[in-house]
Design a protein around this ligand. Structure first.
Ligand code: FCB
Length: 503
């Protein structure tokens, strides 16, 4: 069989298997130990985000971000902690890059803090901010590590929130200007760009349900914010490409494979709405200049502030598709429920009261099942999900190049005196082993995945959960910034060097 046809047919089979596997209960079978090989040149990396690791919150001319304001407001963050210092990576980056190198990493996904570059979100750039990222990128290249730049990992300049925040469509232009500044200064050295980290999450949690700053609870504001972000994504795509001929632009979307709760037509349709809203809303806007069918009735264009011609602004065919995988969702129809909206943030998603639907427009209930083991952050571990998700996106978007931009788990293991201060975090090793085995299988079945970024290089500031969760492959003692490579970090370093996983 011709390779393209083979690829198509294996992806199609995987697609129909996706729904069947949940219904048959097949997902309950743990994937178990096995050996997996990755293709030559597969790129192993780790990820962080500026607000979660940098600290130096008001140094060298940096402006205030909405997250600075949030953490400085009493009652918002567990443990009353802030990210004022976090991992102090603003100063300690040479040490962190040396650790990446020691662990054989070939990629580092970091984000740029917008208010470090433009303290009030518009106007002339802050040279000290640009110099910092320039030094970081040089140090990465020196260590032969590919710099992957995310332009927005949630830390909006507070001054722009004061001008209406993401529901104000002017922000699309401001964001493109900011992206152009960065690409002009760093585009000679950076080739991989993602405009936004998890656009659905920060718009929905910030404006729809208020779990994140700025804490608004208006579905209309969420829709407007989401549309501005789609426009910003398109404008940014063009401004990066105009500033740097080497640039490739992709994404860092949050995605969860979704499975219908029952085989009913209504639950299947609700699952499709979940996928459209939570997984591919912004991807579809970029790739095709349109929104997917995420709503139970017509797309509420008026409420979104959609204007004629916006489809052309949104259109920005990505060079590669990046997404995170943490866990799965079981979805059911909520057409007849009293959809009140609301919910709490679980680490990667909004959890709603299962007795009601999520909002009056999408009308589904999406629940994180607890059939598999839970991490210490309470997220279900479901290794097979990465296989399903990668195959589904491959099938739906004509086999794009894929980068896994994040995946990881929180466990609180720390240095153990009896073992000479080692961090024996066996549960994290098992998590990555099972998941990467599933990823290798997806690649063997034709998916063009070229890179995996583990979340995270370091234990860091986990948003509203403060320091109560630890996702790092390197332990950080936040009292003195001492870093200790966990056993999982050493293990992942070996995987990176050998390009394979041994049972
Ligand atoms: C993702 C975020 C990242 C981190 C991990 C645990 O949702 O992109 O910043 O918080 O979850």
């Amino acid at each position: 069989m011709d390779r393209r046809l083979f690829l198509k047919s294996s992806l199609a089979t995987a697609g129909s298997a996706l729904i069947a596997s949940h219904l048959s209960g097949e997902q309950m079978i743990p994937s178990g130990p096995s050996t997996a090989h990755f293709p030559d040149g597969f790129l192993w990396g780790m990820a962080t985000a500026a607000f979660q690791v940098e600290g130096a919150w008001n140094e060298d001319g940096k402006g205030e971000s909405i997250w600075d304001r949030f953490v400085h407001t009493q009652g918002k963050v567990k443990g009353a902690t802030t990210a004022d210092i976090a991992c102090d990576q603003y100063h300690l980056y040479p040490q962190d890059i040396a650790t990446l190198k020691r662990l054989n990493q070939k990629g580092y996904r970091f984000s740029v803090s917008w208010p470090r570059i433009q303290p009030t979100g518009t106007g002339a750039p802050n040279q000290k901010g640009l110099d910092h990222y320039s030094r970081l990128v040089d140090a990465l290249l020196e260590a032969q590590i590919r710099p992957f730049c995310t332009l927005y990992h949630w830390d909006l300049p507070q001054a722009l929130e004061d001008r209406g925040g993401w529901p104000n469509r002017d922000l699309a232009g401001y964001f493109a200007d900011y992206a152009g500044i960065i690409a002009k200064h760093l585009g000679d050295r950076i080739t991989i760009w993602a405009p936004f980290n998890m656009p659905w999450s920060f718009t929905y949690m910030g404006y729809g349900v208020g779990a994140f700053p700025p804490g608004r609870t208006s579905f209309g504001d969420f829709l407007k914010a989401a549309h501005t972000v789609s426009l910003a994504q398109g404008e940014c795509f063009r401004s990066i490409k105009a500033a740097s001929s080497k640039a490739t632009v992709g994404s860092a979307y949050g995605m969860s494979p979704a499975y219908p709760k029952t085989d009913s037509e209504a639950d299947r349709a609700a699952t499709a709405r979940y996928h459209a809203m939570n997984n591919v809303f912004f991807l579809e806007a970029a790739m095709h200049g349109r929104y997917p069918k995420a709503f139970a009735s017509e797309t509420p264009y008026d409420l979104m502030g959609f204007k004629p011609g916006d489809e052309k602004i949104m259109l920005s065919p990505l060079d590669w598709v990046g997404f995170h995988y943490y866990n799965r969702r079981i979805v059911s129809d909520a057409s007849s429920a009293n959809c009140a909206g609301g919910g709490g943030f679980s680490g990667t998603e909004i959890e709603v009261d299962p007795s009601t639907g999520r909002d009056p427009y999408t009308r589904f209930q999406a629940v994180m099942p607890t059939e598999g083991p839970l991490t210490e952050a309470g997220l279900e571990i479901y290794p097979h999900g990465i296989y399903d998700l990668v195959m589904q996106i491959s099938r739906e978007y004509n086999h794009p190049i894929i980068e896994i931009t994040e995946s990881g788990c929180s466990y609180l293991d720390g240095p153990y005196q009896k073992e000479n201060g080692r961090v024996p975090d066996t549960r994290r090793i098992n998590f990555f082993r099972d998941e990467l085995t599933e990823l290798a299988r997806a690649i063997q079945d034709g998916a063009r995945v070229r890179c995996f970024h583990a979340w995270s290089l370091l234990d860091n500031f986990e948003w509203a959960n403060g320091y109560t969760e630890r996702y790092g492959l390197v332990h950080v003692d936040f009292r003195d910034q001492k870093r200790t490579i966990k056993d999982s970090g050493l293990w992942y370093g070996k995987v990176a060097a050998s390009n394979r996983i041994d049972a």
